[in-house]
Design a protein around this ligand. Structure first.
Ligand SMILES: Cc1cc2nc3c(=O)[nH]c(=O)nc-3n(C[C@H](O)[C@H](O)[C@H](O)COP(=O)(O)OP(=O)(O)OC[C@H]3O[C@@H](n4cnc5c(N)ncnc54)[C@H](O)[C@@H]3O)c2cc1C
Length: 459
């Protein structure tokens, strides 16, 4: 016989205990409501996660923030979470087209002029995209059909700018130019503060980390709620047939509530059936929601940041092997040394298909090429493959397939569910800073405030 959980009564149910859902819940609670947060996974935090190695906290998911991220920084401040600058002194390395160069070596890895022109062109094109409705661009269908690879092959003549286009897309969106529509790239740039801001550390979106890890934001928000989030409780259906109440259902939950926020990424959201009894999956919602965005983050921990002895910052950009980018996440120059290798798009997929020993040997061999033999003897090797998380589907954020914006309408991600009592939240629902922690916080605040307004209107 199937287990039927007893029906609980709730005020507002928030589906998803990532940063967006928890922000929404905290905002609702601050305005006098009693939210119940329901989470499919066995922890809060979603695409943020922390891991402690010898007293050093590693950010396995979302980590960095910049000056334009006003809401998440204000939230951190309210929660008593400080910021640590990411700036690491020393020279960056470039391993491009088989040639290894140091940023200070006098041999530029690529033409700054050509790359500058590329960024200017992208800024110019993205200026016409409304981040609240990318599909409303007059040439939306054309821009959305065209892959960034095809566009770059036609428009970008300088080989360095062409190479940089691939690197930029991998770094920012964790996908390949062959998988990404030009419209989505332009939208992403516009939403996130522009290409210069998005790619920069100092003064840009990667300027700081959260002391204690970005997941601490979620843990503290969860701890502030009167009702602790219910974990291991996936939501599969929201029934809207009851006159005053919604019925939120899943294998471990049946909750009647007045209003709900669905704060989950677009892929899992498309699998939640919303409607009266008897309604199946909504055919008008995205069927091709599976994202091509895919990143594996590898933390390699050493007893000290030995690369600093050679005047290196620990940062690498590469176009050859599986590792595309390396950053230094050490907490200063006197504790453990932490290199973070990012593998993105098809590189990540190919790497994940290898046995664990081969994967580790590949990454360590790249690090040894860049930082010397000492890189081959880490204290710890921590690999986080976000592709394998069943309730995430797409990281850093969902990347819709080509044609998706134009096919599904201008407000595809951002629009509201049909029922007035329900709101979407999640970084992919935010016109500003889509894909970032900042977007998650803004979407959560927006969903909560809009539900509160709606509630007041009905009283
Ligand atoms: C490797 C990596 C690096 C990143 N780096 C950065 C960075 O440096 N800076 C930055 O700003 N952003 C970064 N991001 C992006 C950032 O982490 C995300 O934008 C943000 O955490 C998304 O929060 P969210 O609440 O919208 O979604 P999520 O964190 O995905 O939360 C959604 C929650 O909903 C749950 N859920 C899903 N389906 C259901 C269901 N049916 N029922 C119940 N629960 C469900 C999920 O388990 C999850 O906990 C990174 C992401 C990754 C993965």
């Amino acid at each position: 016989m199937m287990f039927r959980p007893p029906v609980v009564q709730a005020d507002v149910v928030v589906v998803g205990a990532g940063l967006a859902g928890l922000t929404a819940a905290a905002e609702l609670q601050a305005r006098g409501r009693r939210p119940l947060v329901v989470e499919a996974g066995d922890r809060v935090g979603g695409r943020t996660a922390g891991h402690l190695v010898a007293g050093q906290l590693l950010d396995l998911g979302g980590a960095y923030t910049g000056v334009l991220h006003s809401e998440v920084r204000a939230l951190a401040d309210r929660l008593g979470i400080g910021l640590q600058p990411t700036e690491a002194p020393g020279s960056a390395l470039f391993d491009l087209r088989g040639r290894l160069t140091r940023a200070d070596s006098g041999h530029a890895a690529y033409s700054a002029l050509a790359v500058g022109d590329l960024l200017e062109l992208l800024e110019e094109l993205s200026a016409d995209v409304d981040p609240a409705a990318p599909g409303a661009h007059p040439n939306a269908a054309e821009l959305d059909r065209l892959t960034v690879a095809d566009w770059a092959d036609q428009r970008i003549t300088h080989p360095d700018a062409r190479l940089f286009t691939d690197l930029l897309v991998g770094e920012m969106l964790a996908t390949d130019t062959t998988e990404l529509s030009l419209l989505h790239l332009l939208f992403y740039l516009r939403s996130g503060g522009g290409a210069h801001y998005l790619t920069a550390f100092s003064g840009g979106a990667q300027q700081d980390r959260f002391a204690g890890g970005a997941h601490a934001l979620c843990e503290r928000l969860a701890a502030s709620l009167a009702e602790p989030p219910r974990l291991r409780t996936p939501v599969m259906r929201i029934r809207t047939h009851l006159r005053e109440r919604l019925l939120v259902q899943g294998p471990g939950i049946a909750a009647e509530c007045a209003q709900a926020v669905i704060a989950v990424p677009p892929g899992p959201a498309a699998r939640i059936v919303i409607g009266p009894a008897g309604v199946g999956p909504d055919a008008s919602r995205p069927s091709r929601s599976r994202s091509s965005g895919c990143a594996i983050k590898v933390h390699v921990v050493y007893d000290r940041p030995f690369w600093a002895d050679a005047g290196l910052s620990g940062w690498v950009t590469a176009d050859g092997g599986p590792v595309r980018y390396v950053t230094d996440d050490s907490a200063g120059r006197h504790g453990l040394g932490v290199l973070v290798a990012f593998l993105t798009g098809s590189c990540a997929a190919a790497y994940a298909a290898q046995p664990p020993a081969t994967r580790r040997a590949d990454v360590l061999s790249s690090l040894s090429r860049w930082f010397g033999a000492a890189a081959d003897r880490p204290l710890e090797y921590v690999e986080t493959d976000w592709r394998s998380q069943p309730f995430v589907e797409g990281c850093y954020a969902a990347v819709p397939p080509c044609g998706w914006w134009a096919e599904t309408g201008p407000m595809a991600f951002i629009g509201r569910p049909a029922d007035e009592r329900i709101r979407w939240a999640g970084t992919e629902r935010s016109p500003a800073f889509y894909g970032h922690l900042e977007g998650a916080v803004r979407s959560g605040l927006h969903a909560a405030r809009s539900l509160l307004d709606n509630h007041r209107g009905h009283r």
